[in-house]
Design a protein around this ligand. Structure first.
Ligand code: GDP
Ligand code: IMO
Ligand code: MG
Length: 429
């Protein structure tokens, strides 16, 4: 029996999980997504060609890794079919290497509209991606969601009709001027389009849980590609400024059917600084020109929505929390090249909350609103890292930065990103 390795985001998403998965996929038979939907955007650069993956696991880009979409994912078939066609255009044999769980829930046309209508009505905006993720998970937990297997059931048409018509009324309720409600197609049109989607994705549909367990029994290598991140978790994130799934380790299990004892390494991914897109608390956010510099140097604009990301220094208090929640066994630190462009780097080592200094994170919004970062200053000016091929080749200040993170968190930094391209990754044994 082999074990499944997991890649999880530690902060507010966009830590470079896709890049780490792309590296690990070189030796992997399967890469599986467990949670979220096309709110995710995982960027991989291969010899100058950029891939933005939203639904299909980035691991498929190895050319020999099967990409699986687990039961915990909410799947927009239109986005999926676009991704399939894009990958085929780049020469990938998607028909051979893509599998979709029959239990994944389907995003329907009213989900994004309802997402936007709900957001329009909120006094405290969440800043959702507008992809319909929250409403799709609402349907799932309210037990009326449409699953992939329902495409092929005899009551598909009736189920779709009931859902569409009841949600049409909901959109109207939340969207009093009916701008969004008017965008929802007639039921006949929705049925025609979705019945077509069902047929197009049929060849990929399978029982992902059984496939994963059989693969582990054969000793194959399975990777779980985390989406979103710990502080966006519906339970462990800065609620309500979170996504609607559990991107943490628990969601990995419920979103795939893997068991706790199937898990091997749990790699937590961070950037050498931090970023957040969307609303909500962010203790180390820099609202000054340094934040702007990080954004420009790191090209911090959302992969999914293009929104400018909020940027700040690395927060080790939050990272320690992510280690606890997920049982991280090692870290991947991306964008060492970007942070190394600053002469001096600040790293948050504690929070000062009205005179009480703590290293323990809490998602309580009042606590996060009052917490002031306590910084430790480290040296930057790393110079050009592009030619560094291993840890020993890094300049002393860069090594010190990595070692400082390790000593604070108490787990090794195994992967270090020194650029966006696939080859800019240092691996420590
Ligand atoms: P994900 O959602 O966690 O997969 O991350 P995203 O792809 O949304 O955002 C990470 C961004 O950082 C992408 O634009 C990557 O190409 C880029 N990136 C990842 N690692 C590095 C790195 O080490 N250095 C630089 N300069 N860019 C990186
Ligand atoms: P990856 O996998 C960054 C954020 C949104 C918003 C909140 C809720 O690329 O790291 P949602 O549409 O999920 O209801 O939005 O969550 N968000 C992400 N931020 N990276 C992501 O995914 C995200 N997925 C959701 O910006 O603040
Ligand atoms: Mg992303």
């Amino acid at each position: 029996m082999s074990k499944a390795d997991v890649v999880i985001g530690c902060f507010y998403g966009d830590e470079g999980k896709g890049k780490v998965i792309d590296y690990l996929a070189m030796d992997a038979d399967i890469a599986v997504r467990a949670t979220g939907g096309d709110n995710a955007g995982h960027t991989i650069k291969i010899d100058g060609v950029k891939y933005a993956m939203h639904l299909i696991p980035s691991g498929i880009l190895s050319g020999h890794t099967i990409g699986m979409i687990g039961n915990g994912v909410v799947l927009n078939p239109e986005v999926l079919l676009e991704e399939i066609s894009n990958l085929k255009g780049h020469g990938y044999d998607v028909d051979r290497y893509l599998k979709i769980s029959d239990k994944a829930h389907v995003i329907l046309p009213y989900h994004p509209l309802l997402d936007m209508a709900l957001e329009k009505n909120r006094s405290a905006k969440i800043g959702t991606t507008g992809k319909g993720i929250g409403p799709a998970y609402c349907d799932k937990y309210e037990r009326s969601g449409l699953r992939v297997e329902d495409f092929y059931a005899s009551d598909f048409k009736e189920k779709l009709r009931e859902l569409t018509e009841s949600r049409r009324a909901l959109i109207k309720y939340y969207d009093s001027d009916n701008c969004l409600a008017d965008q929802l197609l007639s039921f006949d049109k929705i049925y025609e389009v979705y019945a077509g989607y069902g047929e197009k994705i049929r060849p990929y549909v399978c029982d992902v849980l059984t496939c994963l367990h059989k693969a582990l029994e054969r000793g194959e290598k399975v990777l779980v590609e985390g989406a979103q991140a710990t502080l966006l978790d519906i339970d462990f994130g800065s609620y309500p400024f979170v996504t609607s799934s559990n991107p943490t380790i628990g969601g990995v299990l419920t979103g795939t059917g893997l068991s706790a004892s199937d898990i091997g390494n749990v790699y937590g991914v961070i950037k050498a600084y931090s970023s957040r897109v969307g609303e909500g608390p962010y203790v180390t956010e820099l609202l000054d020109e340094i934040g702007d510099q990080i954004r420009e140097l790191g090209h911090e604009y959302g992969t999914t929505t293009g929104r400018p990301r909020r940027c700040g220094w690395l927060d080790l208090v939050a990272l320690k929390y992510a280690k606890r929640v997920n049982g991280l066994t090692a870290l991947a630190v991306n964008h060492l090249d970007t942070i190394g462009k600053f002469d001096k780097i600040q790293v948050c080592v504690a929070y000062d909350c009205d005179g009480t200094v703590t290293e323990d994170f809490s998602t309580n919004l009042e606590f996060l609103g009052r917490a002031k970062p306590v910084y430790k200053e480290l040296s930057g000016a790393f110079g050009d890292l592009a030619e560094c091929r291993d840890f020993d080749m890094l300049p002393q200040a860069a090594k010190d930065y990595i070692r400082f993170i390790e000593s604070y968190i108490g787990i090794p930094v195994k992967f270090i990103g020194t650029g966006a391209d696939r080859r800019n990754m240092l691996v420590r044994e």
